[in-house]
Design a protein around this ligand. Sequence first.
Ligand SMILES: *[C@@H]1O[C@H](CO)[C@@H](O)[C@H](O)[C@H]1NC(C)=O
Ligand SMILES: *[C@@H]1O[C@H](CO)[C@@H](O)[C@H](O)[C@H]1NC(C)=O
Ligand SMILES: *[C@@H]1O[C@H](CO)[C@@H](O)[C@H](O)[C@H]1NC(C)=O
Ligand SMILES: *[C@@H]1O[C@H](CO)[C@@H](O)[C@H](O)[C@H]1NC(C)=O
Ligand SMILES: *[C@@H]1O[C@H](CO)[C@@H](O)[C@H](O)[C@H]1NC(C)=O
Ligand SMILES: *[C@@H]1O[C@H](CO)[C@@H](O)[C@H](O)[C@H]1NC(C)=O
Length: 428
Amino acid sequence: MKIESHNPFFLRKHRYVLLKFALFLLFASLSFHIFFSVSLKLISSSLQKNTVAESPLDSTPILQDLAQIQPQNDSSTQCDIFVGEWVADPTGPSYTNESCHVIESHQNCMRNGRPDTGYLYWRWNPRDCELLRFDPRKFLHLMRNRSWAFIGDSIQRNHVQSLLCILSQVEEAIEIYHDEEYRSKKWHFPSHNFTLSVIWSPFLTKAAIFEDINGVSSSEIQLRLDELDEEWASQYRDLDYVVVAGGKWFLKSAIYYENNMVIGCHNCLEKNVTDLGFAYAYRKAIGLVFDFITGYDHKAFVFFRTTTPDHFENGEWFSGGQCNRTVPFKVGEVDMKDVDITMRNIELEEFDKVVSYRNGKVQTLKLLDTTQLSLLRPDGHPGPYRQFHPFAHSNAKVQTDCLHWCLPGPIDAWNDLLFQLLIHDVRA
Ligand SMILES: *[C@@H]1O[C@H](CO)[C@@H](O)[C@H](O)[C@H]1NC(C)=O
Ligand SMILES: *[C@@H]1O[C@H](CO)[C@@H](O)[C@H](O)[C@H]1NC(C)=O
Ligand SMILES: *[C@@H]1O[C@H](CO)[C@@H](O)[C@H](O)[C@H]1NC(C)=O
Ligand SMILES: *[C@@H]1O[C@H](CO)[C@@H](O)[C@H](O)[C@H]1NC(C)=O
Ligand SMILES: *[C@@H]1O[C@H](CO)[C@@H](O)[C@H](O)[C@H]1NC(C)=O
Ligand SMILES: *[C@@H]1O[C@H](CO)[C@@H](O)[C@H](O)[C@H]1NC(C)=O
């Protein structure tokens, strides 16, 4: 394999993510052909995002929601809720593997036999204010007749499951849609008429991915940097609230297209194509998303989540890396990996750019800057407990996951932060 000799990390990383896909696909008894045809569909169809005009009045319900719930002069609006530390909290999580029925097995650390439970007893404590606990009753009340979507990769799925678990204390969601691969899903909360969905779009822009069920790619990913993935963009006008995020898929080998022409690549083999690096594509994609969101006549309320760090230590995921810490880091005890620094800087720069370009008049785009606080939680990943009792068979190969988060776990705090942004930090 040429790609392998070129850079083993990327093909293997490929395989890892795709291995997880593969299991998923197997579960759903799906064939390679379906997957392949979905990829092709993505290339052949095109997004017509600006063809329908809509009244700007469309934005008022959301702004009215916010005007009603947000105190006009709240001290917490001055507080950066993303700066702080994790403090011990005997209260523990608001749900368990018993009370929540939607935890995917790879994140169900309790059920999978993770022996320590200390990681459940920490609370994020912003330096300059108190972080409220997510109030599912208040949230659902506010969300009557509203729709909310999480857009991105498997970390978004991880996040939405946390939200479903928290909300299930008040009302159990009914699944009303899933795609063939169970990657995009939609739920409805009937007594609140609230619709929640997760939309699979790992690159956010249009992408064709050519990988078989074993994660071996027959061709490099083709990434269109000037066209959004219609998988989410075509649904955008029906959404009231959105959480969107980029992520680690951008690290894979890919050919970049603009104007239907190859303009470069990342880690590709073609000698005549310039290697622009993943940062080029990441900046383009994020910028395109921000332009779309702020320029579109339909005003959804959008939270942009920054990159999520992994915690593989003493190796990468494929070379024996692990994450066996059982307590959080203190601020200053850990450095961010270069890849995360690069991604987060791009995210912050593009965010600032679009906000200042619009003269600060972007009322409905907020940063959910979870990178730093998540960096402090090496103890929150499944590690080997992504599998059911991984050490039950002594000679079985155990795959470690130090990227996704246990449920319950630190990712629940992301929802506390969302709730805080919704209630306090945003004004009409
Ligand atoms: C908001 O609070 C600040 C300081 O706490 C105060 O100076 C200002 O007058 C208040 N504004 C309103 C509209 O109450
Ligand atoms: C929940 O986790 C416990 C271990 O903490 C396990 O004994 C139990 O079977 C799990 N329950 C479910 C429904 O997964
Ligand atoms: C929800 O929508 C229904 C039907 O349009 C309407 O009767 C009801 O008043 C709405 N409820 C809220 C809280 O907006
Ligand atoms: C539910 O909410 C949608 C908007 O999200 C609205 O169109 C519909 O009328 C509502 N249904 C009921 C029964 O309130
Ligand atoms: C690079 O070269 C190959 C074969 O020599 C050709 O098929 C391809 O179109 C070239 N790509 C670009 C971007 O010029
Ligand atoms: C964690 O892993 C490291 C490296 O393999 C090992 O030295 C250490 O003893 C482990 N710690 C625990 C608590 O298992």
